[in-house]
Write a protein that binds this ligand. Sequence first.
Ligand SMILES: [Fe+2]
Length: 260
Amino acid sequence: MNKNNYKKISENLKKNGYIFIPIGNINREFVHKVKIIINEYILRKKINLLKLTEKKFSQHIYKLQKQINAKINIKDFFNNNKRIFETILNSKNISSQYYFYLRCFKPNKDSKNYKPISLHRETFQGPEFYKKIYNLWIPISNCSKGNALKFIENSHNFKPKRDFDTNVRLTKIERKSFAHKTGLLYQDRKIRFSKKIKYNILFKKDNFIIFSGQLIHGNAKNYTNKIRFSIDLRFMKKKDMKFNPIQGSSGKKYFKLLKI
Ligand SMILES: [Fe+2]
């Protein structure tokens, strides 16, 4: 990629609130490593994720998430894509979430009591400076348009009160449970829009995604018959991080500082 292409990526991110980036050989190795860790774990534990109780399922995903983070280095991914991150943030200093969340998303097209991660912005669960945060989403296996994230077009430009309102509500997730520690929320906010909105699916085959934390997004259903695995984390320019919050589910600092 030449200099202009990097600039274009950065401009598109500002304009659309998201960008797709081809995984390419260097990232493929990273993705493959995560895939192997998952497959080996499932084989070793002799488990069928589809047949576990919700509690056992969350417990295994939590353990697997810990193993992935112990065996891979977050900095590697940033370094592999150094020019992209540097251009987007206009800096080499990054505040990155300490670990990747592992999202393991079962088929649920027929489930009546399935509660997706509802539409949100990252500021709904964090301090004001989270409006400068970005999400990094990396597909691992079985990812497709039939089980991807959904988002609302142009919503990174929406203004609270003017374009939407929110109400806080509790979810079925228990505070500090394994499910909570894998990124599921014990409380969320229900959004009501005051204008016509347009949904879209946030997915492009063999691409990873960077999107603004302001882009209103959530999980759609998994309409496929396979479990979808992906990993994600939040990051921002170090200078934009006003303080390092303590994370509710783990009691630890949320960000680590990286220099690429
Ligand atoms: Fe999110």
